[in-house]
Write a protein that binds this ligand. Structure first.
Ligand code: NDP
Length: 621
């Protein structure tokens, strides 16, 4: 048995690909729902309340600043830092949370930690001199790092917290943006940035009885420590000792907090619709001597590029092997090995060879992940129910060394709904499979609204030149230059994933690069006295055509002729990666466009673009 309680030495039978493909399809079909994303609703009322910090009264702002950024998460912090460094000292970050941190402000559930190695996940490590204490840092350290960035770059001075932007309107005469908020602010800003993030609108299933529950309930992004006891650093939740707790959902969030609930709750019922794939975590404390040896000038950029080159879609080489060596890089390593096997035995390198290599590697990996369930979980039917039957990248891959083990605890019951989900809530508990389970508390681990329009999630719809709304401008699909600039929206910059690198294994890498780009553009405009910066219609169109002309190595292939188990593919089990299995619309195909050659190639391209000082495609006046 291994340190994480896994039995070893099982011999695995050869993989029967056709049987696996059939099983994956059956499991997907079982879960397809005609209502798609409409099966959910947003959090409202008490469930939405900020349990972490009281709202401070303040007077409304009616002044002018040079740069406003909507969102105080990683996107706002890295962009704000770069804009400040470019010489702008009045950067105003606005966020609905009570502090910086974004997702790490809200997600303080027990066990929360980053899933991508801290050395590449946490931005601005080199500039702040922070050494992550673990390979996968826990949430309190990440939140503290966000605060550290805010302090070091002077971003607290002008920040507005517990404030939601309600309107952003371009005034073409004054050449400024007019910003309105739910706190009565109405100020102007020369430049605006949007980094509202994909995972900030929490959702719950819209099932009967949800408002009728007589016990206590909360969403994982609003963890109620006053009710549970304990704290985000993992201290015992002593108030749960005599409580029956239900957790609904088994995605990446639930995988991280279930071991804590299993430890502290009197009884725990885990309601599962689709199991997550849970691979080995292998977290470890950072050895300060080792860190000192790697933390040489330029180290974080080198690690970022190395990680990107070694993950799916990166497909590059930085000449220094695989520095991170974890579950994310393992996926790409296996595909490369399978590809080499096929091409070295005489096969040609074609898209089909790549797809075959991907499928072989993925089947093999998922068989190992399913075998891990058998090796860890004692009860056979529980083990069978915890096995994921889809490609590893179809849903968010998870990594944990105590999740599966929790199901061996005597007070823990897995209520598997065989893809159907929880049916309804009564005043006393949760109904699944026609049976009521009485509980004192329901924890909703049911995720966030992702695949709706950016403007709907943001809660405001920027109005650009000529009164055109961003949602109107994008009615036929998102159109940008580099995923950042939109024609008709001068002096506005968007920080998001697509139409640039589309790098999903380390989202903060995208944001850091985008922040650096925005810092360079704003710094150049301010230093040279330009009032406006805007992408030309021609440059925006040429960029879209360039992206449409060639996909990144694997991105988007699942939506092409041959199906594949990659994020977004309709072949996958429904979830937010593929818009709950709903067919893509003509407009939504633009949401997945990435740079030909993949993320590493994009990062090299954008670095040249910035350094050239010409800012090709932008008109500065
Ligand atoms: P997810 O959307 O991944 O998971 C929601 C869960 O709720 C799924 O298991 C879903 O089942 C289940 N569910 C929905 N409706 C019902 C129902 N009616 N009955 C029973 N179950 C239901 O949300 P998470 O909060 O877990 O994760 C969201 C994202 O946040 C992750 O994908 C990841 O990107 C990010 N994250 C990152 C972390 C990190 O980096 N450290 C940690 C945690 C999250 P089904 O699968 O069938 O839809």
């Amino acid at each position: 048995m291994t340190a994480t309680g896994e039995h070893t030495g099982h011999q695995r039978p050869p993989i029967d690909k056709e049987t696996l493909r059939r099983r994956y399809r059956e499991e997907r079909d079982k879960r397809l729902r005609p209502e798609g994303i409409a099966q959910y609703r947003r959090l409202t009322g008490d469930l939405l309340h900020d349990p972490y910090q009281p709202v401070q009264p303040r007077a409304p702002r009616t002044d002018h600043v040079t740069f406003t950024f909507v969102g105080g998460g990683f996107a706002g912090l890295v962009t704000g830092a770069r804009v400040e460094q470019a010489g702008v000292d009045d950067v105003r970050i606005v966020d609905k949370a009570g502090d910086f941190g974004g997702t790490w402000y809200w997600n303080r559930y027990p066990g929360a930690q980053c899933d991508t190695a801290s050395f590449v996940y946490l931005p601005l490590l080199e500039e702040t001199g922070h050494m992550p204490t673990e390979k996968y840092a826990h949430a309190p350290e990440i939140l503290e790092h966000c605060q550290r960035i805010g302090k070091q770059f002077g971003l607290y001075d002008d920040a507005l917290f517990h404030t939601e932007v309600t309107g952003l309107v371009w005034d073409d005469d004054a050449r400024v943006w007019v910003v309105s908020t739910d706190r009565g602010d109405r100020f102007t800003s020369q430049f605006v940035g949007l980094g509202t993030g994909p995972l900030h609108v929490a959702k719950v299933p819209d099932i009967p009885g949800i408002d009728r529950f007589g016990g206590h309930s909360f969403h994982t992004s609003r963890w109620d420590y006053a009710y549970t006891g304990g704290s985000p650093d993992g201290g015992p939740m002593s108030h749960l000792a005599d409580k029956r707790v239900a957790i609904i959902g088994t995605g990446a969030t639930a995988v991280q907090c279930i071991a804590h609930l299993a430890r502290d709750a009197g009884e725990l019922y885990v309601f599962q619709r689709t199991p997550s794939s849970v691979d080995v975590r292998g977290n470890e404390p950072t050895d300060p001597e080792w860190f000192a040896s790697i933390a040489q000038p330029g180290w974080q950029q080198r690690w970022l590029e190395n990680f990107t080159a070694n993950t799916m879609g990166g497909f590059g080489a930085t000449g220094d092997g695989d520095l991170v060596r974890d579950g994310w890089t393992d996926i790409a390593r296996r595909v490369k090995a399978k590809l080499l096997e096929r091409t070295s035995s005489g096969g040609e390198f074609t898209v089909d060879t790549l797809l075959d290599a991907f499928e072989d590697a993925d089947f093999e990996k998922m068989e190992e992940i399913r075998a891990r369930v058998d090796a860890v979980v004692d009860d056979r039917s529980t083990a069978d129910a915890l096995k994921a039957w889809y490609g590893q990248l179809c849903k968010r891959p998870c990594f944990h060394d105590e999740y599966l083990q929790a199901f061996n605890e005597p007070g823990v019951t897995l209520v598997d709904t065989d893809g159907k989900g929880v049916e309804r809530i009564t005043d006393r508990g949760v109904v699944a499979g026609g049976r009521e389970h009485e509980v004192d508390c329901i924890v909703w681990a049911t995720g966030f609204e992702v695949s709706t329009e950016l403007t709907s999630r943001a809660g405001f719809d920027p109005v650009g030149r000529g009164g055109v709304r961003l949602s109107e401008r994008w009615a036929g699909g998102m159109r940008t230059l580099h995923g950042i600039h939109v024609h008709g929206f001068p002096n506005a910059f968007i920080v998001q994933l697509t139409q640039g690198s589309n790098h999903i294994a380390n989202v903060p890498h995208n944001m850091s690069e985008t922040g650096t780009t925005i810092g360079a553009v704003v710094g150049h405009a301010v230093a040279n006295g330009y009032a406006t910066v805007e992408v030309t219609a021609e440059a925006e169109e040429a960029w879209i055509q360039r992206l449409l002309g060639g996909g990144s190595p694997l991105g988007g292939l699942g939506r092409g002729g041959r199906s594949l188990y990659v994020p977004g593919s309709p072949e996958c089990t429904p979830g937010y990666y593929n818009n709950e299995g709903q067919p893509p619309t003509a407009a939504s195909r633009y949401n997945f466009l990435g740079f030909p050659g993949g993320p590493l190639a994009f990062f090299q391209y954008i670095d040249r673009w910035r350094r050239s000082g010409e800012f090709e495609g932008l008109e500065l006046r």
